[in-house]
Design a protein around this ligand. Structure first.
Ligand SMILES: CC(C)(COP(=O)(O)OP(=O)(O)OC[C@H]1O[C@@H](n2cnc3c(N)ncnc32)[C@H](O)[C@@H]1OP(=O)(O)O)[C@@H](O)C(=O)NCCC(=O)NCCS
Length: 75
């Protein structure tokens, strides 16, 4: 909550049990969460997914999230 600024919520990691994936539970949770956050005046939700995880990328696009930047980590 309120990270990286006071109007934003940040999702660190989101995971649904494999046995119930692809049953819309993930989309319903994100939909409810975003409505609640908007109700309490958090107008943005940020998160990251790993490039090369098409399952995650498709899921977030389907739930109306848009890329705003690509961060490359050098290990
Ligand atoms: C990504 C994830 C959170 C989606 O949750 P979910 O409840 O399965 O998703 P929903 O049923 O609401 O949405 C389905 C969409 O997710 C994607 N998806 C879900 N399970 C999938 C699977 N096993 N293989 C491929 N795509 C999958 C599909 O793109 C699907 O879209 P479609 O309906 O157009 O085919 C879940 O699959 C998960 O926990 N994955 C592993 C962890 C992960 O990658 N988390 C995201 C990192 S930030």
């Amino acid at each position: 909550m309120a990270y990286p600024d006071e109007k934003t919520a940040f999702i660190g990691f989101f995971m649904i049990a494999a046995s119930i994936q692809n049953t819309r539970i993930g989309s319903n949770i994100i939909d409810d969460l975003c409505r609640y956050l908007a109700d309490i005046r958090l107008s943005r939700v940020w998160l990251g997914w790993v490039k090369g995880n098409p399952q995650a990328e498709h899921f977030w696009h389907k739930n109306n999230f848009k890329e705003i930047r690509i961060t490359i980590l050098w290990l």
